[in-house]
Design a protein around this ligand. Structure first.
Ligand SMILES: Nc1ncnc2c1ncn2[C@@H]1O[C@H](COP(=O)(O)OP(=O)(O)OP(=O)(O)O)[C@@H](O)[C@H]1O
Length: 307
């Protein structure tokens, strides 16, 4: 659905915002475009949507070159970039009617039906008559999504769709994204929230300072990072000693948690050794690495960004 080759953007001031990006977004995926603020996500999305020209490299969306094929491609793409442009003095429904009438391909005779089903899709039917300025931020985002859904789309591009929303609003948008994806729409969404990507996406690409760090299925990205054996105990010192005696490597103590690289041997033997040595074991098991662990392992730094 999206393929870029060495895509690069240097702004006039000299800032290299995107540096040699090779992105591959498979059809049917929910693709998370993850990176801290300033890592080049919005710049990439602007190039993909034909809003700005790349300095070098190529971008194809739905198999067509951008920005050359912008006019042919954009009718098949629903986009929500930097918050929807809404008229506060119009109702949610009237905003959508306006959007729809701005689309020359939209048949005016079926306009009301289209708007009603888009409102229904995002759960705004009951609030359709309210002025948009009275909407919560989450409702405004949903109205923006409804506008993107007036026509059937092959691809949805959402730039930080949950940014600024409260937890309830985030849940609603995430549920909606999952629902859209289950209908077969490919969704490309940017986010600086790791757990959001883990919750919603099938695939992800990780950006840092304009460069692609890694991309692929979310499960594989997380599996790339090490899992750890974790022992919870009120006797961490003794536990660490026993684990070392048992030949485990990289033993780390953090309060009542002692972790180590998982051994090749039977885990039950390690547990038995702890218990035999008098260590009071309250928890014992392998912790799967998260996408956050993978990010830290790949970049050598924490994923610490301002919300
Ligand atoms: N119009 C512009 N002119 C010059 N530099 C820019 C422009 N837009 C963005 N930049 C710079 O390019 C880099 C990438 O910015 P971009 O907005 O693409 O990142 P981002 O990952 O989308 O971050 P955010 O989540 O904060 O929007 C940043 O260093 C930013 O300051």
């Amino acid at each position: 659905m999206i393929a870029t080759r060495a895509l690069t953007k240097r702004y006039r001031g000299g800032q290299l915002a995107v540096d040699g990006l090779d992105l591959a977004v498979p059809a049917g995926s929910v693709f998370g475009f993850l990176g801290p603020n300033g890592s080049g996500k919005t710049t990439t999305i602007r190039m993909l949507m034909g809003l700005i020209e790349p300095t070098s490299g190529t971008a194809r969306v739905l198999g067509r070159p951008m920005p050359r094929a912008t006019a042919a491609v954009l009718p098949h793409v629903g986009a929500l970039i930097e918050g929807p442009a809404l008229y506060g003095f119009l109702s949610g429904r009237d905003n959508l009617l306006r959007y729809d009438s701005a689309d020359p391909a939209a048949d005016p005779r079926t306009r009301r039906t289209r708007v009603a089903s888009a409102l229904d899709r995002v759960g705004l039917t009951a609030a359709a008559g309210k002025k948009a300025k009275a909407y919560s931020l989450g409702m405004k985002q949903r109205l923006g999504l409804a506008a993107a859904l007036l026509q059937p789309r092959k691809l949805l591009v959402l730039d930080e769709p949950t940014n600024g929303l409260d937890p309830q609003g985030m849940r609603e948008i995430r549920a909606l994204v999952r629902e859209l994806a289950s209908d077969g729409t490919t969704v490309f969404l940017s986010s600086h929230l790791l757990d959001e990507i883990e919750q919603v996406c099938t695939h992800a690409a990780v950006m840092a300072q304009g460069r692609l760090i890694t991309q692929g299925p979310v499960a594989e990205l997380a599996a790339g990072a090490r899992s750890r054996l974790v022992v919870t105990t009120p006797d961490p010192g003794d536990a660490a000693r026993v684990l070392k005696e048992q030949g485990l490597s990289d033993v780390v103590v953090a309060e009542d948690r002692v972790s180590a690289d998982p051994p090749d041997r039977e885990l039950a033997e390690v547990n038995a050794a702890l218990v035999t040595a008098g260590v009071r074991v309250r928890g014992f098991g392998i912790e799967r690495a998260s996408l956050e662990d993978a990010f830290v392992a790949l970049t050598g730094e924490g994923f610490d960004v301002a919300g």
